[in-house]
Ligand binder design. Sequence first.
Ligand code: FAD
Ligand code: NDP
Length: 336
Amino acid sequence: MRPRHLSLAGDDPHVLAKTMAEKVVIIGSGPAAHTAAIYAARAELKPVLFEGFMAGGVAAGGQLTTTTDVENFPGFPQGIQGPELCQRFRDQSERFGTRIHTETVNSVDLSRRPFRYVTDEREGEAEVLIIATGATAKRLDIPGAGDDELWQKGISACAVCDGALPLFRNQPLVVIGGGDSAVEEATFLTKYGSRVYIVHRRDELRASKIMQKRALDNNKIEMMWSHVVVAASGAEELESVRVKDVKSDEERDVAAKGLFFAIGHTPNTEFLDGQLTCDEQGYLITKPDSTQTSVPGVFAAGDVQDKKWRQAITAAGTGCMAALEAEHFLAANPST
Ligand code: FAD
Ligand code: NDP
């Protein structure tokens, strides 16, 4: 692997990338990034896309590479496997000429146009940047929930995505968390599960009052106040979780076919080093009805700027917006 900061001497082909600014550079590889790439490429903006190499702990292709059935993305009436959908996004980007590099962008300099970026293997300049680096769902590091254990075998970090799967039908389900996501996901899961337990580490929810009420009034939901989940077990799929009362330290097993983490997400914005305005949780702030960030010429799409909807289709929608806005921006602000 090349050093992060290259010497610019010699005939290294990457020096060319540094001296000639690309029109549009897209950082990310989920539905937002590839939709932006498809639109930008068809607009003849010759986009370059850095798909990352396990950036934010997620494989190139984004969060959908970590799931099985995707049943709510239009165009696939029988559903489609997450990794296959990601591959199709990528193929469509390439078909229109997007140049894709499997490299993580480690840093950017947004202080002037063209903007500078540095990856593990090269550095370069871009007239417009589209940030589509997504967010990583937080997971609990408890015995039984690892990648090679019961993760995705009854354990998920997205109830809206996975809740309708047959294995959860009429079964007891557990949601961990006390925020809006937890109560919203628990309420959603009552459509499928026989009973839904919300395991929350405190005796008070963080969720908004209206969302709380909706969950607390739902007779399929049972609160486990001041409890934490300390382990998950099952042979092939999840069968039970071990919960601990944090006040008494007592532990017991609860039968559960589903365990959903709703303990927040981490947006992948660290590499921006504070150069774009973020909210207190690190999500990029965009102008209303726009993907424009706090720096003109830098656009943000997908989960990195959306902590509310967080769906593949909404990410794709904002990816489309970012590319169209990039095109308008370049027309109004020609190359420097
Ligand atoms: P992401 O999919 O998050 O992709 C961002 C990519 O950018 C990642 O690959 C990351 O590695 C890369 N990256 C990050 N930093 C850098 C960097 N510095 N340089 C280069 N690359 C970088 N949604 C649905 O609509 N339907 C579903 O069925 C569904 N199922 C889901 C199941 C699971 C388990 C999870 C976790 C999510 C699911 N979602 C589902 C949500 C959906 O996956 C996300 O909303 C969507 O993928 C967000 O897309 P995105 O383009 O914003 O970014
Ligand atoms: P939050 O950060 O609001 O809540 C996370 C919850 O998980 C908290 O209750 C927290 O506990 C708990 N938690 C965090 N870490 C752990 C851990 N290690 N072990 C056990 N529990 C843990 O995240 P959300 O995803 O719920 O919400 C994020 C934002 O998105 C919020 O602004 C929310 O309002 C918004 N949102 C809005 C929705 C809507 O309006 N429909 C729907 C979903 C989200 P504690 O409370 O003790 O800190």
